[in-house]
Design a protein around this ligand. Structure first.
Ligand code: GLN
Length: 547
């Protein structure tokens, strides 16, 4: 029997609901249970793939090619359970399904309404493919009271009634603001938020309260009384130095026990938290530190590169090193020489991105890394720019560029070294695209295999010659220039199995210069750092010893 935990939020947004859900997943696993996590987002985009990274942060891509909310990244990093397309849904997707079915005549004769048609579609999503997990954790995006969220709250209320008694519980996350003048944590906003929730028929079983410090007994009792929860189901969530301390901190506060208790389960044994003690120890006790510069397009919002920032933390943990990241707007290097800014960094990372803005700056950063022999990791756009840099400055293709930028400008200005991919193989099917296709969900998305060249640096790092990594891009490096570039020393050391699509390039005679067409950061975990990130940080540590 699958048990459902619905996680909602109130008072303010950005309380760390995703993190609380992920940490709860990790704690239930530590008690020997299997979990799946799901996210229900009330916005009207069909998926976050078309939203600006400035607005919504990173788009997290699943193995099966769904573009999802970045909270799914937290879920994977904390539980190691790979998310799937069926683990993420938005109002936009729900409504488009309902309208599609209405047009098809599935509801012939009926008036289509939010209740029951939209709510039924939401319930079908929650029910779909639970994999026989012991617990399904479903997080509802936004805060209670948002207009868009109402159908979701109504659907989870109905869902808990549809299931046998005791199979669903509700966990609500709120904020306890600290009033300096009164010297008190204020409970009123939480009381109001729970009142709002109860007015739509949902009574929380567990209350998780973000607060700057411990919740004094008086406030805890008040919350319990006014919000109708048990005092030991009021869980404090303090600010932590690292998010990876969350499972231990939540356990210390009794979250896992409160959740099991709400299901009437009596845990016989304490959880096995060995993995999280090791993670916390590696984070809190580094033996050295390195400085890494990230030269990107969306550097004003760190969430735009969430998985990269986390993968670097994991790489640091693998080396017992603290990784200090500096975010640099790539456009800066279009105005100023990168040398003045990048000297003193032990490694350089150029991440993914879309559109031409900032790319000349990335190319200059790649040149600096190549010439100065600074470790360089180029991810997706970062690989494409490294190849263009090599083509222009080493292989005598002075006007090399990407078709992406010519498309944007509406005219041909470059020799196309990176081209728009129109046909490729996915499993045993051929996928075709046109330049004017819809922008949503039409990229080369999800897990694809690559074959690594025997004896290459990357084959050594992976300890394998067959890998599978997640992709999200439209453009590809053209193999037309492979020989010319390889003669100059830029080796195409990873290719798609059919040999047509370059997956990895590496500079010979450079301590560590690797470009990857995929997103390795999406698969890194604190307890299993991705080999590329672990080795990249190792190379940064080696570079730091040289200066
Ligand atoms: N804009 C490039 C492409 O579509 C790179 C995408 C990315 O970095 N994710 O191929």
């Amino acid at each position: 029997m699958v048990r459902y935990v619905f996680i909602t939020g109130g008072v303010v947004s950005s309380l760390g609901k995703g993190l609380a859900s992920a940490a709860l997943g990790a704690l239930l696993q530590a008690r020997g249970h299997s979990v799946r996590l799901r996210k229900l987002d009330p916005y009207l985009n069909v998926d976050p793939g078309t939203m600006s990274p400035f607005e919504h942060g990173e788009v997290f891509v699943t193995d099966d090619g769904a573009e999802t909310d970045l909270d799914l990244g937290h879920y994977e990093r904390f539980t190691g359970v790979s998310a799937r397309a069926t683990d993420s849904v938005s109002s936009g997707r729900i409504y488009s399904r309902v309208l599609e079915r209405e047009r098809r005549g599935d509801y012939l004769g009926k008036t289509i309404q939010v209740i029951p048609h939209v709510t039924n579609e939401i319930k079908a999503f929650i029910n779909n493919g639970d994999d026989g997990a012991d617990f399904m954790l479903c997080e509802i995006g936004g805060t209670v009271g948002d207009i868009e969220g109402l159908p979701f709250f109504e659907a989870i209320r109905q869902f808990s009634q549809d299931k046998p008694r005791g199979q669903c519980i509700f966990m609500h996350l709120t904020l306890l603001p600290y009033m300096e003048a009164a010297g008190e944590l204020k409970t009123k906003p939480t009381q109001h938020s729970v009142k709002e929730l109860r007015s739509i028929g949902i009574a929380p079983d567990v209350l998780v309260c973000r607060s700057a410090g411990p919740i004094p007994a008086k406030e805890r009792e008040k919350l319990a009384l006014f919000c109708n929860v048990r005092p030991d189901s009021v869980i404090a969530a303090y600010d932590l130095k690292s998010i990876y301390e969350a499972p231990l901190a939540y356990h210390h506060e009794g979250l896992d026990r409160a959740v099991l208790d709400a299901f009437g389960m009596d845990p016989a044994l304490p959880p096995d938290l060995g993995r999280w003690h090791d993670v916390a120890d590696r984070i809190s006790n580094p033996e050295g530190e390195v400085k890494i510069a990230i030269i990107g397009k969306y550097t004003q919002l760190e969430d735009a590169y969430k998985s990269i920032a986390e993968a670097l933390v994991h790489g640091g943990m693998a080396n017992r090193t603290r990784v200090n990241v500096e975010w640099v707007d790539a456009e800066l290097f279009e105005r100023e020489d990168p040398a003045g800014h990048l000297e003193g960094f032990h490694a350089i990372l150029v991440p993914g991105g879309f559109g031409e803005r900032g790319t000349e700056g990335m190319i200059r950063a790649a040149r600096f890394a190549r010439e100065r022999k600074v470790p360089y990791l180029g991810i997706c756009l970062g690989m494409q720019m490294a190849v263009i840099e090599a083509a222009r400055n080493v292989a005598d293709l002075g006007d090399a560029g990407s078709e992406e930028f010519d498309h944007e400008a509406g005219k041909q200005r470059f020799t196309t070294v990176v081209y728009h991919l129109k046909e490729w193989v996915s499993g045993n099917q051929t996928v075709t695209r046109r330049a004017d296709d819809d922008k949503g969900g039409t990229m080369r998305l999800g897990a694809y295999s690559a074959v690594l060249r025997e004896g290459s640096q990357v084959a050594g790092i992976y300890g394998a010659t067959a890998i599978e990594e997640r992709h999200r891009h439209r453009y590809e490096v053209d193999i037309k220039y492979r020989e010319q570039l390889e003669r100059c020393g830029l080796k195409f050391s990873g290719m798609s199995p059919d040999g047509r699509l370059p997956e990895i390039v590496e500079w010979q005679d450079h301590p560590w210069f690797i470009g990857v067409q995929f997103h390795p950061e999406l698969k890194s975990k604190p307890f299993a750092p991705h080999p590329l990130f672990a080795d990249f940080v190792r190379a940064a540590v080696a570079a730091s010893r040289l200066v």
